[in-house]
Structure formats: structure tokens, C-alpha cells
Ligand binder design. Structure first.
Ligand SMILES: Nc1ncnc2c1ncn2[C@@H]1O[C@H](COP(=O)(O)OP(=O)(O)OP(=O)(O)O)[C@@H](O)[C@H]1O
Ligand SMILES: [Mg+2]
Length: 253
């Protein structure tokens, strides 16, 4: 069984997709066969890796509908050891479609259990505490929580921690927080530093050593359809995500 990590925060625009894509890329670069699952109807991880959504044979839509195996939807990327399970915006309708269906909470877990050729699976979650996110929490060993270093950063996180507690109690007793990742840090501003201290107080021992700086190169890379390590591997953003990947491997170790 691969080690499954859900990158989640129900707040939008905090860096979930940027983290998923670049963490997956650097894990792959470390020689670990890695699958990135795009589990957000926005499909940003899919387009961020330069995949043409009109030419897909299967997607997470088919997996969630149980019409195709996950292995059947996975595509190779241009990057060694990195595969992608893509999605389209249709995933939003599918979520509604299966809202009352049997085994609706465990479909992703069942799909992942049938895989064997990956060391890591990274799930890019949507910005909601929806059925999709619950599926991801039930399928995962760990949650990685990106938190944007801004004023309202910690608001709403209680709900997510509550959801994790419920999932742990009912479906997935080993679910754990692998770490909290401050993103879009601007260490020159006192607000960023203040929020960082606040995050550390809130999650003692859980905040990653490597935080992610605000870095324009990270925002530019997806429009070229490549991870930061390909777009500008000497950028601050690239170094930060490379460090994060090592830290993740250490923490799992
Ligand atoms: N460290 C960073 N520095 C600068 N820009 C960033 C950084 N991280 C992310 N961005 C940009 O901020 C925006 C939001 O990032 P991202 O898409 O990763 O967030 P998200 O949490 O996945 O959003 P959503 O909730 O909509 O899925 C994007 O335009 C992205 O390119
Ligand atoms: Mg996203």
C-alpha cells in the first residue's frame, strides 16, 4: 500500500494545489514513485501539469462513479516517477450524483487500495469540507495542512480538525496530521511573522521547518504547465518545496 497524504484546507486559495503538485514532483525526483490525485473539480493540478483535459481516457469522475479502476485513469507525466490521476469539472456533478449512493464515503479508499506500484499518493483536495474531502480523509494516512500566512489563517480550521476527529473515530483510526505548512510567507512583514508565531502556538511541534515564501515564480509555473522544479529550480519557491519533500519523507520515516 502506498503512503497516502491529503493536502487539505477548506479555505480557498491557500496553496493546496501548489503544494500538492510541487511536493509530488520533489518526492518523485527523490526516486519515490508518486501518484498525484487531482480531487478538486477545478482541475488545477491537472492543468498545472500541462495536461490537456479534452484528451483524457478516464478521470476521477469515472473512479468515483465506480465505472473505471484508478489504475485505468492514471497517466504518466513528463517527469520521471510522477503520475497523475486527472479530473475535470464534471467531478462536481458526480459528487451530487453519489450523495446518497452506497459506500459513498469509501470509494476513493477502495480505489487506492487496489494500487500497488506507488510509494506516495498525494491528494489535492477541493476548498470545502465536502463528500470529496471526506473521501480523501478516509483514504489517507496523513493530512498535510497548508495555511496561508494572513490574518484569518486560523479561522475555520476548527471545523477541519473536528472532521478529522470524526473520521478517526468512525472510519480511519490512524489518520494523523503530518504537519502544518505556512504558505505565501513574507518574512519582511510583521503580519506574516505574527501569523507564523500564532500558527506555531496553535500546532505545537507540527509546523514544518520549511515554510513556503511568497514567490512569483511559484505562481507563474502552472501557466507553463510545469512544477517549480522545472520552471525555475533555483528559485526560493523551488528550494522551499524541495526541503519540504525531504521533511515529509523524514517525518514518515
Ligand atoms: N508561495 C506562493 N507565492 C506566490 N503565489 C502563490 C504561492 N502559492 C500559491 N500561489 C498562487 O496563489 C493562488 C492560489 O494557490 P493554489 O491554487 O495553490 O491554492 P489552492 O488552495 O489550491 O486554491 P483552491 O482552494 O482554489 O483550490 C494561485 O494563483 C497560485 O499560483
Ligand atoms: Mg487548488
Amino acid at each position: 500500500m502506498p503512503l497516502v497524504i491529503a493536502v487539505t484546507n477548506q479555505k480557498g486559495g491557500v496553496g493546496k494545489t501548489t503544494t500538492s503538485v510541487n511536493l509530488a514532483y520533489y518526492l518523485a525526483k527523490m526516486g519515490k514513485p508518486t501518484l498525484l490525485i487531482d480531487f478538486d473539480p477545478q482541475g488545477n493540478a491537472t492543468s498545472g501539469l500541462g495536461i490537456d483535459k479534452t484528451e483524457l481516457k478516464g478521470t476521477m469522475v469515472d473512479v468515483l462513479r465506480e465505472e473505471r479502476s484508478l489504475a485505468d485513469c492514471i497517466i504518466d507525466t513528463d517527469h520521471k516517477n510522477l503520475s497523475l490521476a486527472p479530473t475535470t469539472q464534471q467531478l462536481a456533478n458526480t459528487e451530487v450524483e453519489i450523495a446518497q449512493a452506497e459506500r459513498r464515503f469509501t470509494r476513493l479508499r477502495t480505489a487506492i487500495e487496489q494500487l500497488y506500484s506507488y510509494e506516495y499518493v498525494i491528494i489535492d483536495c477541493p476548498p470545502s469540507l465536502s463528500l470529496l474531502t471526506v473521501n480523501a480523509l478516509i483514504a489517507s494516512r496523513y493530512v498535510l495542512l497548508p495555511v496561508q500566512a494572513e490574518f484569518y489563517a486560523l479561522e475555520g480550521l476548527g471545523q477541519l480538525l473536528e472532521a478529522m476527529k470524526l473520521v478517526r473515530k468512525n472510519m480511519n483510526p490512524t489518520l494523523d496530521l503530518i504537519g502544518v505548512l505556512p504558505t505565501m510567507m513574507d518574512t519582511r512583514t510583521s503580519l506574516s511573522n505574527q501569523v507564523y508565531e500564532e500558527i506555531k502556538k496553535h500546532f505545537p511541534g507540527k509546523v514544518f521547518e520549511h515554510t513556503i515564501p511568497r514567490n512569483i515564480r511559484l505562481a507563474e509555473a502552472p501557466s507553463h504547465g510545469v512544477p517549480i522544479g522545472v520552471y525555475d529550480r533555483f528559485s526560493k519557491g523551488a528550494r522551499a518545496y524541495k526541503g519540504l519533500a525531504k521533511e515529509v519523507v523524514d517525518r514518515v520515516g
